[in-house]
Design a protein around this ligand. Structure first.
Ligand SMILES: C[S@@+](CC[C@H](N)C(=O)[O-])C[C@H]1O[C@@H](n2cnc3c(N)ncnc32)[C@H](O)[C@@H]1O
Length: 285
């Protein structure tokens, strides 16, 4: 049994200030740092302590990464394996965990800010807008990796929900074609977020009608996300005419003046009447 430990750490989208405190602390104390240098910004690994061994993983295969890792843990060392964004999303983490399981190595996963959520923040959008979209699908389109049956974009698109597409920027024309065929109107808002949180970040906004030529003109071929759906419409951010009810855009119940839930009485309601707590609030809504 190896006595060291491996931490899979979400390195976030690129901005070091988006690292969790735990990620920073573990990096500062790790004996070895292995980071995905094709996607993790170099400033992130500056937190490694002087004397720690630091390896980029982009030129290594799985066997080489695991050899470095296992050697370190056998020597009782701590290994910080830095993945981009959140490690659970296209992080190729499972194959590493299986080796650690085989070897009886202790490991832990530290979540990070996925580029999906960094992009939403950068775009100033809420991905789930009441009466517009209450579902977000994180996916990719088929490339060298095939999609499991039922997960083709045309099937997923039948829901009309907010879509976040990873690893797919080179297939923009096909994505537009498939989404149009599945019923997304041509004026559906689309945003492409390239290297969010990096100094050369780029944001391209458009619709299904014009996003392909815009992406082609920008010559983006990697490290970009495609976000699609009505929830991305900048018009949803129009200033309210009055606070509270009656605005042009649907608002969530949660902060509504008249909505009663576990922690607050809606206007005109009284606790004395022992009104039942609405079902939704029992669920924590
Ligand atoms: C191997 S996946 C890793 C995703 C990562 N685990 C996450 O949660 O963001 C790489 C893809 O994630 C997206 N991506 C990662 N970092 C990004 C960033 N800073 N800006 C935009 N897209 C990014 C791109 O679609 C890229 O092709």
């Amino acid at each position: 049994m190896a006595s060291g430990k491996v931490y899979f750490i979400g390195g976030g989208p690129g901005d070091p200030e988006l690292l969790t405190l735990k990620a920073k602390r573990l990096m500062e104390t790790a004996d070895m740092v292995i980071y995905a240098d094709s996607l993790v910004h170099p400033s992130i690994v500056e937190f490694a302590r002087p004397g720690a061994q630091v390896h980029g993983s982009k030129t290594l295969n799985l066997g080489q990464i695991m050899e470095l890792t296992l050697q370190a843990v056998k020597e009782g060392k701590t290994v910080a394996r830095i993945q981009s964004g959140d490690p659970s999303i296209y992080g190729a983490m499972l194959e590493q965990m299986r080796v650690l399981e085989r070897e009886g190595v202790d490991y832990e996963i530290i979540p990070g800010v996925s580029s999906a959520f960094a992009a939403a923040a950068r775009l100033k959008v809420e991905l789930t807008v009441p009466e517009v979209s209450q579902t977000v699908i994180l996916t990719r389109v088929e490339g060298r990796v095939s999609m499991p049956p039922g997960e083709e974009l045309s099937s997923l698109a039948s829901h009309g929900s907010t879509l976040v597409l990873f690893l797919s920027i080179t297939r923009m024309p096909r994505i537009v074609r498939e989404l149009r065929a599945a019923g997304y109107p041509k004026d559906t808002p689309v945003a492409v977020a390239y290297r969010v949180g990096w100094p050369d970040e780029q944001i391209i906004r458009g619709t299904l009608a014009d996003i392909s030529p815009k992406v082609r003109a920008a010559k983006l071929t990697l490290q970009a996300l495609i976000l699609v759906g009505k929830a991305l419409d900048p018009a949803l951010r129009q200033p309210v005419t009055s606070l509270g009810e009656g605005t042009e855009v649907a608002t969530s119940h949660l902060y509504s003046e008249t909505y009663t839930h576990r922690y607050r009485l809606g206007k005109g309601r009284s606790r004395a009447k022992k009104e039942p707590v609405p079902a939704a609030s029992r669920d924590g809504d």
